[in-house]
Design a protein around this ligand. Structure first.
Ligand code: HEM
Length: 111
């Protein structure tokens, strides 16, 4: 048991890269989010919006917003990163983010 009032720091970065849950954790694999794979995973193996009583109150809205924006971009452009992963300095703030953004090249589709 943990003593009352003790602080706990959960290393979400490592939770999301745990090879017990993700076979190739450093590679983004959209298939990891297929319903059958999600169903086999521990519910706290992927917690970008935190979990429990103090989780993000707007995660459903945030996901809808992301899908709307990203699908509009991807329908019109092919997106290429001009950065290499090894050169990105990650900032561990409320959410994980690259220190100076990620520069991308947008190539119009169908031209
Ligand atoms: C991709 C977008 C977002 C991500 C990744 C995200 C992530 C998170 C995380 C990790 C927490 C928990 C923080 C903690 O443990 O202290 C949190 C809490 C919270 N989020 Fe979000 N969030 C997002 C978008 C939003 C949006 C759009 C809103 C509102 C318009 C929102 C409102 C809140 C609020 C009010 C809390 C505090 C809940 C509480 O303490 O009871 N979030 N969010």
């Amino acid at each position: 048991m943990l003593p009352a009032g003790c602080m706990i720091n959960l290393q979400i970065y490592h939770v999301h890269r745990n090879s017990d849950h993700y076979s190739n954790p450093e590679v983004f694999d959209p298939d990891n989010f297929l319903p059958e794979r999600v169903a086999k995973r521990h519910p706290y193996a992927y917690v970008p919006f935190s979990a429990g009583p103090r989780n993000c109150i707007d995660q459903k809205f945030a996901l809808l917003e992301e899908k709307t924006v990203i699908s509009s971009i991807l329908r019109n452009f092919k997106v290429e990163s001009v950065e290499q992963r090894k050169n990105l300095n990650l900032m561990n703030e409320l959410i994980l983010r690259p220190e100076s953004g990620i520069r991308v090249r947008l190539l119009p589709r169908g031209s």
